[in-house]
Design a protein around this ligand. Structure first.
Ligand code: ADP
Ligand code: MG
Length: 490
């Protein structure tokens, strides 16, 4: 796909626009704290793409329209106890982290759930598949879906850049992005349902937050949208030390009643360094507070559930509309069980034969956990005779189209022209309980772009960068077949 302006840019123009863009980012909070040179009181701009990246208009719109269908699907999956338990049965035998989440789920179910309403702040991620020219789902995030805050400002930075380059004619090709007000509004809606005006919204945060602007934007937006609702930030450890339930299971932390809990932490084993953090998670799950995610939403977002949903016949359990089923199926790429048994053995053999066609995934979130290509066979070899296999799933590797763009990184004077690929995320929220869905909306999007040769593009790690969508009118992204792989994800 072509860039929105001709490349490469003339060096002087490039230098000037890069500096303007850096300043725009710094002054609008498109920023992070630095991991390598941490300073609590300083921010650096987050890595970003100088120009917005091309994305086919039709597929972008399809992804947006699909979000409410996916929200509903995941809401139903999360409320199907039998399905969740059966799907994760093999996983929990070998994956301690998932087992502990399921333990909490079971404990609370046995005791009786105090809060039936859940708040899902979701993000569905896609690559455009080069071979098919359509979006394919990478994963569905039900916990700590990030960058809704920053990217709501970044698209304006990209409009500023194109304007400065004298390309006002292109501005309407960058779609509006209101994920921040959408997600913040969702938390306020849940707060209203809780119906205690003085109760606060609790953000569960890491000991040190690097992606601070993204989180803080939500806090500020909530205060702006409703000056009477306050946000508290606490770590899991602080909740363990300062929290308690009263006899009605209302949660109090540091003396304040909690209406809504927004987890920006708690998705990874290292975020539970001791039993205290697990105690805190259980206490919150037991409570009357409305949680995003509730434990069942968290479990519905596991990769194992994603793989199970792609099996023939599973979607029909949750949806009786053939059109909806068709549209959901169209975004699934090949997903395969690795569980011990006949089916799993087939997947192992397939991955050993053509490892470059697959990605191997554990039940983890947050990036950096997957295994790719040549690393797959030795890894599978080491686990193929043990039950440990059940902790993983196998997925077709999606090959998105490569484009050229300038990556702007803190500490690098010059923007670098690189071959990159982009991953689209669509935000949505759902509020509801076992019996009904109260709200269901799509609320914005994000784009992350990484160097084309790296497997994973963590923004904080410097390999990925934040981006905006530049809509282009192409049915098929690249006419030529992929050069790396014959017939990728066909
Ligand atoms: P996490 O929960 O760690 O974010 P993901 O499933 O999103 O797990 O994988 C992390 C990253 O790995 C993605 O952002 C993407 O860059 C890459 N990736 C994941 N699945 C695929 C796939 N099927 N094909 C190509 N790249 C993938
Ligand atoms: Mg991901």
């Amino acid at each position: 796909m072509d860039s929105c302006v001709p490349l490469p840019m003339e060096p002087k123009v490039l230098q000037e626009i890069t500096e303007k863009a850096k300043d725009y980012a710094l002054m609008h909070g498109i920023c992070m704290r630095r991991k390598d040179a941490f300073d609590r009181d300083a921010l650096h701009f987050a890595p970003f793409l100088l120009l917005p990246s091309a994305f086919p208009k039709g597929e972008f719109e399809r992804a947006c329209q699909l979000q409410t269908i996916l929200n509903e699907l995941m809401h139903k999956v999360a409320h199907d106890r039998e399905f969740l338990i059966a799907t994760l049965a093999q996983t929990v035998k070998v994956d301690e982290f998932t087992r502990r989440l399921v333990d909490i789920y079971n404990t609370v179910a046995q005791e009786g759930v105090a809060q039936n309403v859940s708040l899902g702040l979701f993000r569905s991620d896609y690559f455009l598949c080069c071979g098919k020219g359509v979006i394919q789902q990478v994963e569905f995030n039900s916990i700590a879906s990030s960058f809704g805050g920053i990217t709501s400002y970044l698209y304006k930075a990209h409009k500023f850049v194109l304007g400065e380059l004298g390309r006002k004619d292109l501005l309407d090709r960058i779609p509006e992005n209101n994920s921040l007000s959408g997600l913040s509004g969702a938390m306020l809606e849940a707060h209203k349902i809780y119906n205690q005006p003085k109760a606060v919204i609790l953000f569960i945060v890491e000991d040190v937050t690097y992606n601070i602007c993204d989180q803080k934007f939500h806090e500020f937006k909530i205060r702006e949208m409703n000056p009477d609702v306050f946000v508290e930030r606490k770590t899991l450890t602080e909740v363990a030390n300062e929290g308690h339930l009263d006899n009605q299971k209302r949660l109090f932390v540091d003396g304040k009643e909690i209406a809504v809990i927004y987890f920006r932490c708690g998705y990874s084993p290292d975020q539970y360094p001791s039993e205290r953090e697990w105690d805190a998670r259980l206490m919150m799950e037991r409570s009357m507070a409305i949680k995003s995610p509730s434990i069942h939403y968290h479990l519905a977002g596991t990769k194992k559930v994603q793989q199970e949903l792609a099996l023939p016949g599973t979607l029909e359990r949750f949806c009786d509309d053939p059109e909806k089923i068709k549209s959901i199926k169209s975004i699934f790429t090949g997903l395969y069980t690795l569980d011990k048994g006949e089916e799993g053995d087939k997947s192992v053999a397939m991955a050993m034969k053509n490892p470059e066609r697959f990605v191997l995934k554990p039940q983890r979130e947050g990036g950096g956990n997957n295994t790719y290509g040549d690393d797959i066979p030795p890894f599978l070899e080491s686990i193929k005779d043990s039950e440990e296999r059940n902790a993983y799933i196998l997925m077709d590797r999606i090959l998105p189209p490569k484009t050229m763009n300038y990556v702007v990184r803190p500490g690098h004077e010059k923007a670098e022209l690189k071959e990159v690929i982009s991953e689209l995320g669509i935000f949505g929220y759902v509020i509801g309980d076992q019996n009904r869905i109260i709200s269901n909306h799509q609320v914005g999007h994000m784009l992350r772009t990484k160097l084309s040769h790296v497997n994973e593009g963590g923004v904080a790690a410097g390999l990925g960068a934040l981006d905006s969508v530049f809509l282009v009118d192409v049915e098929k992204c690249c006419e030529a077949p992929c050069t790396d792989l014959d017939g990728c994800c066909q």
